[in-house]
Design a protein around this ligand. Structure first.
Ligand SMILES: *Cc1c(COP(=O)(O)O)cnc(C)c1O
Length: 433
């Protein structure tokens, strides 16, 4: 094993001395699956290649942005063209208006948009608009919901914070954590009760319309509609964090898929086509309160960066029409069905949570509807599965509490090869159980 990964192991040893965990985002250190991270050299289509020359079919997809695949010609050409004209100006460019037009045209709840550089900034800024507009300070979020690493939202958060067992981080002041109210995901009555009791202090319900950071957990029937209704009755704003789901589950995001329109929306990941870019937007009257139209301050030196705008535009171009999403649905359904059958054949209990091209095989027999259900899964079995898949040439997000991402570059042959690898990996899991 160590020979196959020799260069990755050496690279990690150096990186570890220079950066916490040798990484720039905690999940990448592979702690949840109990092995050393592999270091990447290149990506192309649905495959990535590490510094030792091992190739893998990739379901990380940079944790969501790469819906078209790695190093896609159209995206690279757009980035190159933009770069030749200058990489940043601190003055407006037409590319920003073009991507704004695409976003406003696509996402039902966005009349006006502001670009930022990360999903963290997008949710943090949307929350500021909600607080500024309502004059209220409290925010309701789901236990296990991840909205980036800003102070108020890093309370009982999912994703890496779940995996690392540090749901509330040191460094988040108590006073700020107290402004965050927690509810179990998919529990509408919990939100109704909170709003009945403290509605006058609550600025917004901030929710992933499809939970993606406790693994992929779809909303229960009527959940999103119910949130819309209770917010409407109480002056509480509804914010959808569509950083993962925007342009992923449908061109207009989860709000288009489920026909529920939030007051504010956070976008990220796909909208930047693999470059650092995110956005928040919403109702005209709310977004006009953002500086310089209004008094709510938010700014960014590299916001609306031309390279990121170009990559986002080129990626959205590839998603236009129904064809792209039909293909993603077909390949993802194929993968989910194949995983379920392979697990059943090996007598390993799994339940696949999936919406379109985001999915998570949970190592449990019980359908997962919330964070308690997700964390009840057999994470050690997932770890063994992950390692067996990696050794077989398939790289997965390194935690039970992450979604896998299928891209337009995943061919039926790649899916078949993944299912064949999974059939063997489930047998490894069954044997060591
Ligand atoms: C990834 C993610 C974020 C954070 O985005 P970053 O670009 O990593 O800061 C926020 N919300 C959701 C739902 C996400 O999936």
């Amino acid at each position: 094993m160590s020979k196959r990964y020799a260069k990755s192991i050496a690279a990690h040893a150096i990186a570890k001395r220079l950066m916490p965990g040798g990484v720039n985002s905690p999940v990448r250190a592979y702690q949840a699956v109990g092995r050393l991270p592999i270091t990447m050299a290149s990506g192309s289509g649905c495959t990535v290649t590490d510094v030792d020359g091992n190739a893998y079919i990739d379901y990380v997809g940079s944790f969501g942005p790469l819906i078209a695949g790695h190093a896609v010609d159209e995206v690279i050409a757009a980035i190159n063209k933009a770069a030749r004209h200058g990489t940043s100006f601190g003055m407006p460019t037409e590319l920003e208006t073009q991507l704004a037009q695409a976003v406003v045209g696509a996402v039902p709840g966005i009349d006006v948009v502001r670009f930022v550089n990360s999903g963290t900034e997008a949710t943090m800024s949307a929350m500021r608009v909600a607080r500024g507009a309502t004059g209220r300070s409290k925010i309701v979020k789901a236990i296990g919901g991840y909205h980036g690493h800003s102070d108020a939202l890093l309370v009982q958060a999912g994703s890496g914070a779940t995996t690392l067992g540090s749901p509330s981080s040191p460094g988040v002041p108590e006073a700020i954590a107290r402004t965050t109210l927690l509810v179990p995901y998919n529990d509408l009555s919990a939100v109704e009760q909170l709003i009945a009791e403290q509605g006058d202090d609550i600025a917004a319900v901030l929710i992933e319309p499809i939970a993606g950071n406790m693994g992929c957990v779809p909303p229960a029937d009527g959940y999103l509609e119910g949130l819309r209704k209770v917010c409407d009755g109480s002056g509480v704003l509804l914010i959808f964090d569509e950083v993962m789901t925007g342009f992923r589950v449908a061109y207009g995001g989860a709000q288009a898929l489920y026909h529920v329109k939030p007051d504010l929306t956070a976008l990220g990941k796909v909208v930047g086509g693999g470059l650092p870019c995110a956005a928040y937007g919403g109702r005209d009257d709310l977004m006009r309160r953002v500086a310089p139209d209004g008094p709510i301050y938010q700014a960014g030196t590299l916001s609306g960066n031309p390279l990121a705008m170009a990559a986002g535009l080129a990626t959205l171009e590839l998603l236009q029409g129904d064809e792209a999403y039909a293909q993603l649905e077909q390949t993802s359904a194929h993968l989910a069905a194949g995983l379920e059958k392979a697990a059943a054949d090996a007598k390993v209990g799994i339940t696949v949570g999936r919406v379109g091209s985001m999915l998570t095989p949970f190592f449990t027999d019980t359908p997962v509807t919330d964070y308690a259900g997700a964390t009840a899964c057999d994470t050690e079995a997932f770890g063994r599965f992950f390692c067996a898949m990696l050794d077989a040439g398939v790289v997965l997000p390194p935690s039970q509490f992450e979604a896998w991402f299928v891209s337009l570059a995943h061919t039926d042959e790649a899916i078949e090869a993944t299912i064949a690898a999974a059939a063997k990996a489930f047998k490894v899991v069954a044997k060591s159980a």
